[in-house]
Design a protein around this ligand. Sequence first.
Ligand code: CUA
Length: 402
Amino acid sequence: MERRAGGVQGRRAMATRVLSLVGIAVVALVALSACTDDNSFYSTISPRSESAGDIQFLYKVIFFMSLVVFVGVQVAIVYTVLHFRRRSEDDARPEQVHGNKTLEIVWTIIPAVVLLIIFIPTVQTMYDHAAEAEDANESEDAYVIEIYGKQWWWEVHYAKPDEVAQVVTANEIRVPVGRQLLFKLYSNNVIHSFWVPQLHGKMDVIPGHENELAFTVSEPGVYYGECAEFCGDAHAWMRFKVIAQPQEQFDAWVAAWKAGPSQEAAAISGDVSVAPQAFSACLACHRVNGQTANSSGGEITPLQTGLEAPQISGPNLTLFGCRTTIAAGMLEHTPENLHAWIENAPSIKPGSHMPPYGADAGGALTDEQIDAVVTYLMSLKPEGGCTPLTGENVEAPPVAGQ
Ligand code: CUA
């Protein structure tokens, strides 16, 4: 009877072991398939710039070295377990060993060599990337784009060349394909981190300090980025996009930004350059150029830029009708979402500095007034409407709830 009970227990133990092995295999497969999904918006393994390619090369070096180590260790374990297992009750206890100088030296030297093999190309890449930023600084042709990390969105100032100077936008960074881009990163609040996995490594955005990174986007498309340094309540919703377009499309966007909205593309009757009365509440923080609501009477307000620049408190909304998301990549760009956002932003995005404006939420605007602001903002489009985006990732913006 005892033997039978032992047999059942043995089978149970075996079943548990098999189940755990199957579980581990499933987890590994899922992880592997997630890693190899080339269409992931935040993928580091489908680089679209030389800089991101360098980083992917490092990743491959480390991955394959880890693979060799992993397989080696597993083989050694399986061999040891099978070869030295206790074969019967009568087996004598093996000789007990303490310390082995040769082995210890070997297993210290091997990891040291492995680390050295990782260290050398890593440092080389870091110096190369710093040199590229240096080179972009001296180049006459590079586009210089200043990025200000805010809580919790990104302000974008175009600084060079002269044709783009003074253009300001937020969260959706339009750039020309095939041109060297130099990003200068600033913050006046806390530390953020600017990261577009397909285009470059992470770079911290530090208060009182200028950080730079440079790259050239090789193909048109929409490249997703996000803040990669915990920075407060809505850190997880501090997303952005780099929208890389062919030069002529980019130039058209810049021209449209400067020209202001066009009545032709507007969904409102009357003059799209005249903001609704209710929009005056928004002007405490936001700006739209090319219309009467601008504090400077429709002119582009000259910007100070750099480390000491006065910071703008809310996103510039020029050409808002062509944006693809609302609230730093959080919501789909629809009138309903914009209405909900204006009504009660903090209920959607934790910690949002934009107060609730809806009367129901204790704000000053009625539903009709919010609708007027929504229609107005959605009408801010250039002559001929928004140019459709081209390239990869243009179809599916990952937003809240997906
Ligand atoms: Cu900004 Cu996290």
